[in-house]
Design a binder for this molecule. Structure first.
Ligand code: RIB
Ligand code: CA
Length: 322
């Protein structure tokens, strides 16, 4: 499966990128970066650090948008740390971004492979919106757009809005009005059910290799925030669910919906989700249930394939299934 990952790494983006690489199930044609959780500069640096960590220097990285369409000055450094990876200071990569911009790469690659490329958007939708505005063939040539963003109910920045849509509501509005063949919206309704809870933190510590230690270490600030501010059982693994869905579509249940984006007022960034029946129009499919244990098994068995027993034990301690 040909994919392009559009991302603002970001702790959960990092876990999602490692999952995509270690699953060995994807032809990752490139990673395009966007400002979101942290500055664009840090998002780029973090992307290269991850690729170095998992020996994936064959994957090209492209510089995307350093600010939202309306230049909203919003980030999530209180969750992801000032450097975007929980303040962890690992060796900086020597690699540099490709000369081609993220937008040019996205447009060219999609148009040269019509109907074959799935875009996984894990950050604000700024880059995707620019592609739509700059090229009339882009939308119809994208095979599928999988978005981590939005929510049918609730928010994580305000009580109405999820961060990726809150950061760039104009971009989200353009994306949901553009008519892609297939849009899968994976929002907080399902992702907030996926904390890196204590049994899983202990699993990472027990595995004690370079990747498990890195994931544990970078998620400490986020875990403190998600526990103390959001009242969750650990750091919320939002972005990895997009990759888990591509690995096994049965990890979530989806329903047809028509999604509109609030662009102004106190509900700015809210995704207004109207569930569609057979007769009514829809512009996406929204995830409304997640199989917790299936997700955690997909994630950890791909990250640590030689630790099946330890993984089964840890997941067995987790309450709930859907
Ligand atoms: O609201 C969660 C989303 O915003 C995740 O993609 C996280 O990485 C941030 O980008
Ligand atoms: Ca993200």
């Amino acid at each position: 499966m040909k994919i392009i990952i559009d991302s603002d790494p970001g702790i959960d983006d990092v876990v999602a990128i490692i999952l995509a690489i270690k699953s060995r199930k994807f032809d990752i044609m490139g990673i395009t970066t966007v400002e979101g959780n942290c500055s664009l500069d840090n998002a780029i640096k973090n992307t290269f650090k991850v690729l170095d960590l998992v020996d994936s220097n064959h994957i090209p990285v492209y510089k995307g948008s350093g600010k939202a369409l309306n230049n909203r000055n919003v980030d999530a450094t209180e969750v992801h740390g000032a450097n975007g990876i929980g303040g962890v200071d690992i060796k900086e990569s020597k690699r540099k971004c490709e000369k081609e911009s993220a937008i040019d790469f996205l447009i060219k690659t999609v148009n040269e492979n019509p109907g074959e490329v799935t875009i996984v958007a894990m950050g604000p939708l700024t880059n995707i919106a620019y592609c739509i505005m700059q090229d009339n063939n882009f939308v119809k040539n994208v095979k599928k757009l999988v978005i981590m963003g939005g929510a049918e109910n609730g928010g994580n920045v305000t009580k109405f809005a999820e961060f990726n849509f809150y950061k760039d509501p104009e971009a989200a509005d353009i994306v949901f009005k553009s008519g892609f063949r297939e849009v899968i919206m994976i929002g907080l309704d399902v992702t907030t059910k996926l904390p890196l809870s204590k049994p899983l933190e202990q699993l990472l510590k027990n595995i004690n290799n370079e990747v498990s230690t890195f994931i544990y270490d970078i998620s400490r600030i986020g875990a403190k925030f998600d526990r103390e501010v959001l009242g969750k059982e650990g750091f919320i693994l939002n972005d990895p669910l997009t990759i888990a869905y591509l690995l096994d579509e049965n990890v979530i249940r989806i329903k047809n919906a028509y999604v509109k984006i609030e662009k102004t007022g106190d509900k700015i960034g809210k995704s207004i989700v109207e569930i569609a029946d057979e007769q009514s129009e829809s512009n996406c499919k929204v995830a409304h249930e997640v199989d917790l244990k299936k997700f955690y098994n997909i994630l950890f068995s791909n990250l640590f394939p030689d630790k099946k027993n330890e993984i089964t034990m840890a997941i067995g301690k987790i309450k709930g299934t859907i």
